[in-house]
Design a protein around this ligand. Structure first.
Ligand code: GRF
Length: 216
């Protein structure tokens, strides 16, 4: 049997996706192990989840006006020192510079709270309501140098109800995130998910469009 995938999770906040991933790995639903959690925020709630699971943590703040390239190089060295094979961004609120991304081809995943390519960037739930979108959801994608623009792997999708609020959309999206992110990381860990020449492959076949998880 192949060795379990060594992956790192990068967070900035409460870490509910980290918790879902750690739970899935502990239950054997991901053939892998979180070997490091990095936060850029010393107070991130997700650090407590990591500690409860006995996962090593590191805090690497990026101070305003400091050298972003040096910070990225340090992150890179830390990840490599832990033998990390996959980087999983889970609410990490820092943009990774193109050099960093280029050093991890096909080895960085992100989750975004919208149906990409719709609503890149912040405040996605508010923008969905303002635009009157009939559907909303979340996307797991490979990270490319351009923000929220890498090839999509899987999307969780649901119909926006007429009485939806930012709060209700946040809750629905997060519920779906906790399903699709462990699934995608599980595929990667099982050797089923790869990125070849910027094309997502699942089970050795190009994925023409993301897998859709529809929710009532
Ligand atoms: C998620 O909604 C994710 O889509 C976005 O940041 C949020 C992180 O939430 N990138 P959590 O820290 O995992 O609870």
């Amino acid at each position: 049997m192949a060795e379990p995938l060594r992956f790192a999770v990068l967070i900035s906040g409460r870490g509910s996706n980290l918790l879902a991933l750690a739970t899935a790995a502990a239950a054997g639903r991901i053939a892998g192990q979180i070997v490091l959690v990095i936060s850029d925020q010393p107070q991130a709630g997700g650090l407590d989840h990591a500690r409860r699971f006995g996962i090593p943590t590191a805090v690497r703040p990026l101070a305003r006006g400091s050298d972003r390239a040096a910070w990225s190089r340090e992150l890179d060295a830390l990840l490599r020192a832990h033998g990390v094979e996959l980087i999983v961004l889970a609410g990490f609120m820092r943009i990774l510079d193109p050099d960093f991304v280029g050093r991890w081809p096909g080895r960085i995943l992100n989750i975004h709270p919208s149906l990409l390519p719709r609503h890149r960037g912040l405040h996605t739930h508010r923008r969905v309501l303002e635009a009157g979108d009939p559907v909303h959801g979340c996307t797991v994608h490979f990270v490319s140098p351009e923000l929220d623009a890498g090839p999509a792997v899987i999307q969780g999708r649901f119909a926006v109800q007429p009485d939806a609020t930012e709060e209700s959309l946040t809750a629905r999206v997060q519920q779906l995130e906790h399903i699709i992110y462990p699934r995608a990381v599980g595929w990667f860990a099982g050797g089923r998910l790869t990125l070849v020449d910027s094309v997502v492959q699942l089970d050795g076949r190009p994925l023409p469009a993301p897998v859709i998880e529809d929710s009532a």
